[in-house]
Design a protein around this ligand. Structure first.
Ligand SMILES: *Cc1c(COP(=O)(O)O)cnc(C)c1O
Length: 458
């Protein structure tokens, strides 16, 4: 045993091994040295716990293998491109909306010096976000717009700026948790407004709101139940009814839509409240996310009446939650795709939702044919895709998937996830499913390659 300790290779010896040398393409020298040190410590402690079966001759190989594993983990902990074959189009853990080519290009260009606060025509200072605000107000007819970090921030800013210190009335059935612990009662508290719940879990009437209004009331808030549905004996007032009541008492109505559906999805058989309807109801403020159905970068978008938007713009909090130039660049390009009527072709979220099950089936069959001689059992099956991202709860879309069997599904899932292409799939009925709805067609060849590689991991 002690003998083995004495034979542990030096850091420099490990670094000189060809397998380790090859890794200098992938990580820095300093990172590689760190990985080798960690590997040596690992093997040393395994030796002391007698958990490693090594001889003097095999010890170097054991350390090298451990170093390779450390480098692989280091690389997997970076922000990597992954292939989303989960069938969940807006996957929160995978960064929600994948951006359009034009958005990727625009944000890459803006990454260098850019005119984020400069008007190139006049040479004078310009307001950050002014260009994007125009792209938001022109097509929607909203008088004014403001873009902040995300919709959670937009909600806090709206509550604080419009009704700080006052009461905000909300239906009990809309007191939701969005996810990740974002719970509305806590948001109210953090924004410094007093929560006034009305109605019951399933039914709220306009009179419930009316009876709750007093001289302490600062606003009415409507929140879309993005991630769950209530059905059966349910009712609540429409946005228009709430706006009418709010107007009567000179109060603003804040409408938190969440998903930000700008193009109607009804042609796809999907039902989601849209921005236009909310604006038509004349809500003073309409809020939604940039990275859900809009298909852009993470952002919180506020549309509404100029006086309210200007008031929010002047809040100190607005500065704390402002967006960076990369977000603005990507959002600008995304909005231009919508404005040009190209969203269903060029904005991946829209394109993926609009893809027919038949064309997904054809893609699955092509991949299955291409890998038919691999070591896995590969078939094509029907499945259901989800929109995800807390949108369209309960509504699924008919789709097709490549079904893999032949190893333990957990092992196969891991091999795909940690392989060179980092493909995310799911398990259903003891088989691994790769739903191509959430995969860009140009990435089908990557799916092919990763199936072959995962098949070799037996
Ligand atoms: C998703 C969602 C939010 C949070 O949006 P983020 O952009 O993730 O901060 C807020 N409200 C509703 C109704 C939502 O659906």
């Amino acid at each position: 045993m002690t003998d083995l300790f004495r034979h542990l290779p030096a850091v420099t010896t490990v670094l000189e091994q060809p397998d380790v040398q090859n890794l200098t393409r992938l990580v820095s020298r300093a990172q590689l040295t760190d990985c080798v040190r960690t590997a040596l410590n690992q093997v040393r402690s395994q030796l002391s716990e007698e958990k490693v079966d090594a001889t003097v001759e095999s010890l170097l190989r054991t350390v090298v293998d451990e170093a390779l594993r450390q480098v692989s983990h280091l690389r997997l902990r970076r922000l990597n491109q992954v292939i989303n074959a989960t069938g969940i189009v807006l996957h929160t853990n995978l960064g929600r909306a994948a951006l359009s080519d034009s958005a990727v290009e625009r944000l890459t260009l803006a990454a260098r010096a850019t005119n984020v606060e400069l008007d190139l025509v006049t040479g004078k200072r310009a307001r950050r976000g002014a260009g994007v605000e125009d792209l938001l107000t022109q097509p929607t007819g909203a008088p004014a717009a403001l873009v902040v970090n995300n919709c959670a921030a937009a909600t806090m800013l709206a509550l604080q700026g419009v009704a700080g210190g006052k009461e905000v009335i909300i239906a009990r059935g809309q007191l939701v948790e969005i996810g990740g612990g974002f719970r509305l009662p806590e948001v109210f508290e953090a924004a410094g407004v007093i929560l006034k719940e009305v109605g019951t879990a399933n039914r709220t009437r306009i009179e419930d709101y009316e009876n709750a209004i007093n001289d302490q009331t600062g606003a009415l808030l409507r929140v879309h139940r993005s991630n769950f549905r209530v059905s059966g004996f349910v009712s609540e007032p429409s946005a228009a009814e709430l706006v009418r009541l709010a107007r009567k008492h000179q109060l603003p109505m804040i409408d938190d839509l969440g998903s930000g559906c700008v193009a109607s999805l009804s042609s796809l058989g999907l039902d989601e409240p849209d921005v236009a309807t909310s604006l038509n109801s004349n809500a003073e403020l309409v809020l939604f996310s940039g990275d859900k159905l809009l298909g852009g970068p993470q952002a919180g978008i506020l549309l509404g009446q100029s006086a309210w938007i200007e008031r929010l713009r002047r809040q100190p909090m607005a500065r704390a939650i402002r967006v960076g130039k990369l977000t603005l660049a990507a959002l600008e390009a995304t909005l231009e795709e919508h404005l040009a009527g190209e969203a269903f072709q060029n904005v991946p979220v829209m394109a993926m939702l609009a893809t027919s099950a038949d064309s997904i089936k054809a893609r699955c069959e092509a991949v299955a044919r291409a890998v038919k001689d691999c070591e896995l059992d590969v078939t094509v099956t029907t499945c259901q895709s989800e929109v995800g991202g807390g949108s369209l709860a309960d509504q699924t879309i008919d789709s097709f998937a490549i079904r893999l069997q032949g190893q333990r599904p957990d092992d196969l899932l891991r091999a795909l996830r940690t392989g060179e292409d980092r493909v995310l799939a799911r398990i259903e009925n003891d088989a691994v499913l790769l739903d191509l709805r959430s995969v860009r067609p140009e990435d089908d060849c990557i799916i092919e390659r990763s199936i072959r590689l995962a098949g070799q991991h037996d």
